[in-house]
Design a protein around this ligand. Structure first.
Ligand code: CTP
Length: 400
């Protein structure tokens, strides 16, 4: 098998320079990359750079090398087309099937997976025209990554930044590995919670847990690569934002509940991978709690936190919404898992046995996914992404 053929479309935004880094990641990992910039992209980074970095010729119009019919061939032969940065203009053209240059012709002829990494000012991204174009593209099976939030061109900050090229590359690698032109979560909105809540005692101390958030992040990444719009509610993870995912940061169980319920309103699936504290301190000391020399410490009084998984399972925001929970057990794993699945009322429960090297902080996981329909799917010890893909494999047929 030859090298995977990637078309890197670059449209005219200041973030075009970041596409050089993306290009290098592809070429250095054995991909054959053909860069197709738009004419306006060349105002930001010139054809010489693209050609030198890719080792391939660069054209923007359909009139170069006409005997090779490039406006058809490039798209037909590609294994993946990624447009980064994608401007509002190129998204609009793609959504409407316009083809007035080499990139838009390539997008019409491509039958492989297509990924857009939009970058623009917040107002342009939020404009109903852009949002409708994005929804159209996603419905058709195109992967449109959510822009990141942060500093934009000039003094503005907001949503619209090109995600980190490393993260775009990772997302593309996943899409390429699946190799399907219409991903199975296309047009769906999924919510994933990740990490561990922290329940503060005073401004410097909290009750927490050892969840790293890696399993939840793997779920968010794999869902994005399968075409979903993803909201990741992240509690205290410190992990880099996955490309194309809306990240909502929270601290406590109460904040996590609020964020998950808000995002679940229009979600097709909710996966509760976060380790939520069952209890929180009954009182919060606004000043640091000091030790007193000749006194024993005050006992910490705890109150119950809401059970978010049970709540969203009992009160589905929309009919047919699929709800998935996680359970970490130390013994009698399957029997405890079955009981928990029933108690929580979710559709699927991912049960893993906690122990040394397993689960907390590690890159690997081993689990059994229990279904409310009695099904039992063992997932052998392996990368957290493999478990994440199995979860989505089980969610997809259950979606309304
Ligand atoms: N969960 C939740 N809200 C809580 C506690 C847990 O939504 N207050 C969710 C977790 O995100 C996870 C699942 O419920 O998906 C399992 O949590 P776990 O703490 O194992 O369940 P518990 O009901 O607390 O059972 P036990 O502590 O008795 O094992």
């Amino acid at each position: 098998m030859g090298k995977p053929k990637v078309v890197l479309g670059v449209s005219g935004g200041i973030a075009a320079y970041k596409a050089c880094e993306l290009l290098r990641r592809f070429t250095e990992s054995g991909h054959d990359v053909r860069v197709v910039p738009t004419a306006s992209a060349l105002h930001f980074v010139g054809a010489t750079t693209w050609s030198a970095l890719s080792g391939n010729p660069v054209a923007t119009e359909v009139w170069d090398d006409v005997h090779e019919v490039p406006h058809v061939r490039i798209g037909q032969h590609a294994d993946l087309v990624v447009v980064a940065p994608a401007t509002a203009d190129v998204l609009a053209k793609a959504a409407h099937g316009l083809a007035d240059d080499l990139l838009t012709n390539t997008l019409l002829t491509a039958r492989c997976p297509v990924v857009f990494a939009p970058a623009m000012h917040t107002e342009m991204w939020e404009h109903p025209a852009t949002q409708e174009n994005v929804a159209t593209l996603r419905r058709r099976g195109t992967v449109v990554l959510e822009p990141a939030v942060g500093r934009l061109t000039g003094v503005d900050t907001g949503k619209g930044r090109l995600p980190d090229p490393v993260e775009i590359f990772e997302a593309c690698r996943r899409v390429l590995a699946r190799g399907v032109a219409k991903p199975d979560l296309a047009g769906r909105h999924v919510v994933v919670s990740a990490g561990g809540t922290r329940e503060p005692l005073d401004p410097v101390r909290f009750l927490g847990n050892r969840s790293s958030g890696k399993q939840g992040y793997a779920l968010a990444r794999t869902a994005a690569a399968r075409g979903a719009r993803v909201t990741l509610v992240a509690a205290n993870t410190g992990l880099p934002d996955p490309a194309g995912v809306d990240v909502v940061e929270v601290g406590t169980a109460v904040q996590l509940r609020e964020a998950v319920l808000k995002a679940a309103g229009d979600a097709d699936a909710v996966v509760m991978a976060a380790a939520v504290a069952d209890f929180r301190p009954a009182t919060y000391a606004s000043g640091k709690i000091k030790k007193k020399d000749d006194q024993e410490p005050e006992p910490v009084v705890l109150v119950r936190n809401p059970d978010i998984l049970a709540e969203i399972s009992a009160d589905r925001a929309r009919p047919g919404q699929v709800v998935v929970g996680f359970a970490a057990e130390t013994d009698d794993v399957l029997a405890n898992g079955r009981r928990k699945l029933e108690r929580k009322g979710c559709d699927l429960l991912v049960v893993n046995e906690v122990g040394e090297r397993r689960t907390f902080g590690s890159e690997e996981n081993e689990a059994v996914v229990l279904g409310a329909d009695g099904s039992e799917t063992p997932v052998p010890y392996g990368p957290k992404e493999a478990l994440a893909d199995t979860v989505w494999d089980l969610v997809v047929p259950r979606l309304a």
